[in-house]
Design a protein around this ligand. Structure first.
Ligand SMILES: Nc1nc2c(ncn2[C@@H]2O[C@H](COP(=O)(O)OP(=O)(O)OP(=O)(O)O)[C@@H](O)[C@H]2O)c(=O)[nH]1
Ligand SMILES: [Mg+2]
Length: 667
């Protein structure tokens, strides 16, 4: 198959925008399924995990392949909940295009915006699909305006809705100047092509002119002809739209109601017409593929890879460029949600799952051993919430480590640490929901019983002043001794900077081979801060000077002395506690706005904006995570169940003295 007939796309959006519902329709229309699954019935193909079906949300991204008009389309349906954002992140890393869904009522929601920015980061061209036009309060034009205001992009309106809410029946195709009308809600009745309803005719013409004038400069000859009064053909316009979409200059906007089976076929046409094919001429080059997802099952692990160049076949020995080890591929599959189809090979542009890899994890590059190469990594968000777990029995204790190892391989946004004092295992993640899902998986899939503590905020520590500390380690009484001497300067960096290390040692005051040991010593010590044992961040350590001893100095001695010197410096450098602050968005009916704001204020919230929307308001605030535990119950109570909220990590900030004192006391 020629690669220009291949599309690798993701479906991304805020929670509940209809990603899975749309994907189920795509499967049905393309013949990939024979009945339409519904999220509320727990019978979709894409949400196959028992927890997804029970909770009615997507947790894991799932891949499938469909065929539409001579094109093969690999689709990844992603979760909208922010706790599972790693799934969107790693999918966008390997995709060539995305369909971004918008709820026709709510418009641009927080996770839509977050995912939009992620797609910017990975340079993924996009189409917008304004969904749920059948809902009461849906307003296509308002959502288009929100796309301009909140995402700062220029929409290219390719369709206009016909009718509103329950009367929504179809769309005007702006390019072809025709109406596509769905006469029933049934997916088995194709749309009818009709002339544009008279009341929309003038508007439809105006949008076509706007469309032409927006994109015509993509084609110089067509532009010149147009200026001479010659209308471009539809094919020329399609090519112009395709070009402008690939560079992100415009975002084509389509619309419909996935649930009512309206608008999905033209969306598929647009995916083929406007989203890019994998880059050409990479098929003959040496192999380079990125592992972006690992799924464990009873038979071992499935490694999902995107092939960027070259070819992969079962039996191949490939080099993992990150570990330096060779791995052998035993089988190769095309995935259809939880089902798989064996394939004889994969080539540049393909997304497939491999069996046989042992030490490959998310973000690793697989390549031709004769042509080593490392592809761009996948960025992993930092966890903000901790939970302590303890195995119930000796048997559980043994299985726990194994199960956690497998789960961490699957989800790089989870972390595990051991608390030496309490003997507990600390599991860290993005939010309460992710930890809840992880613990349930531990029980149901790995049969490990654990006792679980309350979720805790993952605080950090930092410093507020620069200090210099000299420390000498000297044990030279009889036998082999230990000697190391360092002068460290420790200074604060801006928020989010992490840790930096530099050496100013000159003239061999400390031999070069010991300098990495100094950095290791500092890094180890920074794992547990002097205030309350949290990770120390946002500082720079400079090794200013020191000395060594010919016989008694060693890497270990320098590691130990650096750790001690760092701890001493951190204690003197005005240590401070950092707490995660969340961006919270509350949507509430107008009569509860005051109560919601009052409640957010009591939670140390900083109200950032308040907008009227439909019959209610949207309140945006920054609130420390510590104050958000149990928020949902409270919000429901004060709004008679009518307000909703979403939140995502925003930044770390220095905690007020009373909060810090409380945390230090509990440590
Ligand atoms: N009225 C209406 N409801 C829809 C439409 N599309 C989806 N829904 C409903 O919205 C709810 C959420 O749909 P999903 O497809 O699960 O949304 P999602 O974007 O996959 O959600 P997550 O994966 O959890 O982020 C379900 O109850 C759907 O039936 C639509 O076009 N109109
Ligand atoms: Mg979903």
């Amino acid at each position: 198959m020629r690669t220009n007939q291949l599309r690798n796309i993701g479906i991304i959006a805020h929670v509940d925008a209809g990603k899975t519902t749309t994907t189920e329709r795509i499967l049905y229309y393309t013949g990939g399924s024979h009945r339409i699954g519904e999220v509320h019935n727990g019978n979709t193909q894409m949400d196959f995990d028992p927890q997804e079906r029970k909770r009615g949300i997507t947790i894991n991204s799932a891949a499938t392949t469909v065929y539409w008009k001579d094109a093969r389309i690999n689709i990844i349906d992603t979760p909208g909940h922010i706790d599972f954002n790693i799934e969107v992140n790693r999918s966008l890393r390997v995709l060539d295009g995305a369909v971004v869904l918008f709820d026709g009522v709510a418009g641009v929601e927080p996770q839509t915006e977050t995912n939009w920015r992620l797609a910017d980061k990975y340079n993924v061209p996009r189409l917008a699909f304004i969904n749920k036009l059948d809902r009461i309060g849906a307003d296509f034009y308002r959502v288009v305006d929100m796309i301009i205001d909140r995402l700062g992009v220029t929409p290219l309106v390719l369709q206009l809705p016909i009718g509103r809410e329950s009367e929504f029946t179809g769309v005007v195709d702006v390019l072809r100047q025709e109406a596509l009308v769905w006469t029933t809600d049934s997916a088995d009745v194709p749309y009818e092509l009709r002339s544009i309803p008279p009341e929309l005719l003038e508007q439809a013409r105006a949008y076509r002119t706007r469309l032409i004038e927006a994109v015509i400069d993509q084609d110089e000859a067509a532009l010149a002809a147009y200026l001479d009064g010659v209308e471009p053909s539809d094919d020329v316009l399609r090519a112009c739209i395709r070009k402008a979409t690939a560079t992100g200059r415009f975002v084509p906007v389509l619309t419909g109601s996935a649930f009512k089976n309206k608008g999905v076929e033209p969306l598929l046409d647009a995916v083929v017409d406007y989203l890019p094919e994998p880059s050409q001429d990479a098929a003959d080059a040496p192999l380079a593929a990125l592992a972006f997802k690992i799924v464990s099952n009873d038979h071992g692990a499935l490694t999902f890879v995107r092939v960027y160049s070259g070819r992969l076949s079962p039996g191949d020995a490939v080099l993992n460029a990150n570990t330096g080890k060779k791995e052998r591929i035993s089988r190769l599959y095309e995935m259809h949600a939880d089902k798989r189809e064996e394939r004889a090979s994969a080539e540049a542009g393909d997304i497939v799952a491999l069996v046989g890899l042992k030490d490959t994890t998310t973000g690793h590059t697989l390549c031709d051993p004769a042509h080593p190469v490392t592809l761009e990594q996948i960025s992993v968000p930092e966890p903000v919430i901790d939970i302590a777990i303890e195995a119930k029995t000796q048997a559980d204790q043994q299985n726990l480590a194994k199960a956690l190892h497998a789960m961490l391989r699957e989800d790089p946004s989870l972390r595990v640490a051991h608390d030496a004092d309490s003997g507990q295992t600390i599991l860290s993640g993005m939010g309460e929901l992710q930890l809840e899902v992880t613990l349930e998986k531990l029980r149901s899939e790995h049969a490990v019983d654990v006792m679980v503590g309350k979720p805790q905020v993952a605080y950090r520590e930092t410093i507020g002043a620069a200090v210099e500390v000299r420390h000498v380690l000297k044990k030279q009484t009889g036998g082999p001794g230990q000697f190391a001497d360092v002068l460290l300067r420790v200074e604060p960096l801006e928020r989010g900077a992490g840790m930096q290390f530099a050496s100013e040692v000159v003239g061999g005051a400390i031999p070069r081979e010991f300098i990495p040991a100094v950095e290791t010593g500092v890094r180890n010590a920074a794992k547990s801060g002097v205030l309350a044992g949290f990770q120390v961040v946002d500082f720079k350590v400079t090794l200013v000077d020191g000395s060594y001893h010919d016989r008694d100095s060693s890497s270990l001695a320098f590691e130990l002395v650096a750790a001690t010197a760092f701890r001493e410096a951190a204690a003197k450098a005005q240590p401070a506690l950092l707490e995660p602050v969340m961006a919270v968005e509350v949507t509430t009916p107008a009569n509860h706005v005051g109560d919601c704001i009052g409640d957010l204020n009591r939670r140390r919230g900083l109200i950032r904006s308040q907008d009227q929307r439909n019959n209610g308001a949207v309140i945006e605030a920054h609130v420390p995570l510590k104050e958000m535990f149990g928020y949902i119950g409270n919000l429901r109570a004060l709004s008679s169940g009518r307000a909703q909220y979403s939140m995502q990590f925003d930044h770390y900030a220095v905690a007020p003295a009373n909060v810090a004192a409380e945390v230090v006391k509990a440590a």
